[in-house]
Design a protein. Sequence first.
Length: 372
Amino acid sequence: MTISVGSNAASYLSYAGNAYGAGNTASKASPASTDTTDTSAPSSSTSVTLSDEAKAYLARTAAESEQPSIATLTTRARAWFDQQYVALGTSSAMLDGQVAVDFSGQTRATLSVIADNANGQFSTDEVTAATRTLQARFNDAVSPHVVIARHTGDYASLYAAASDYLDQAGSDEKATAAWKDQKQAVLEGLAAARASFGKAPVTGNDADPVRALLDKARTQTSSNTDSSPDALVTNARAMLDAQAGNARDNGKDLVFTGGRQAGQQVDFTDFDNRTLAIMALNADASFSAQEASAAKAELNQRTRSSLVNAFGGDGIRANSLSLLQQYSNMSSEERSVLGFTEDYANRIVANYRTAASIQNNLGSGAGLAAYF
C-alpha cells in the first residue's frame, strides 16, 4: 500500500494550517480572565502592572538566586562523570573524536562550569565534550534563523538572535572568558551585518559562534551527511534482512503492511529519516516495491507528527521558526520524497516576516492603525 503524501508539499501546509487554525480559534473562544471583583468589602490596595521587561528581569533575578554555586556545580559534575565512566565502562568523555557521554540531562550552567574548568577538576576531554555540547545547543536554537537569513539576506536578525541566546546565560557563565569572547564577536558581527545587507559578515573572529554555525550548515544538512547514499542503502538492506531472519526464526514472514494479520511487522524504529527517504527513492532498486512503499509511509507519518508538534508554539512566528528548523534539518533525499521545495521554505519565511512585522508595529505603539 502506498501513501502518497509527499507528492505535494502544499498538502502539508494545508494540514499544518488547519491544525494551527483550529488551535487558534479554540484559544480565542475562551479568553482567560485575570480580573476578579470582591464586593464583600471595599479595598484600598493599589494595582501595579509590570512591563514585559520588568517581568523578564524579575524572572532572571529569581532564577539566578536559585542557581547553585560554581563549587556545587563542579562537585556534582565531577561525581556525574565518574558515575558515567563506571556505567559505560569507559574512562573518557571523548572517543574517536566524538562526545561519548550523554549530556542531555545536564543544565547549561553545568556545561559552562565544565567547559570553563576554573577549578581544574575536569580533564581535557571533558572540557572538549562540554564545549562541543554547548555549541550544539547554540546551533539548535539559532539554526532556524540561519534559514531565514539565507532566504531574506537579513543576517543582522541572525546575529541579533544569537545575541539574545547568549544573554539568556546565567551570571556565572557571563563571567567566563568564553562567553565574553563570543558576545563580543556576535556584537561585531551584528554591526557588520547591519552595515552590509544581503550577505553574511566576515568577522575574522574565531570566537564567532554564528560564523561556525554558518560554516557547518554549508557542508552538513543532516546528521547523516558523513554517510554516502550507498553506505546507507547497504546498512538498511542489512537491517531489513536481519529482521526477516528474525521473523523466520519465529516461523513468520516479515510483512510491510498493517493490513496483514499473519506475519511479523517491519520495525522502522532504528531507521533515521534520511535512510527512509533513500529507501523510498530506491534509485538502485535495492528494495522491493513493498519495502520502498512502507519506508515512504513511515516517513510521511513522522512528518505529519512533527508538523503537529511544530504548531505547539506561541503564535505564528514561533510556529514558523519551528517549521523552518525542521526544513533545515531535512536531507536533500527527504525533501525530494516529501516534495518540500525552496518555494515551501519561502512561504514559511513570508509568514514569519508578516508575523514579525505585526508584532513589531504593535510593540512600537503603532497599533492596528499602522495597517489602515
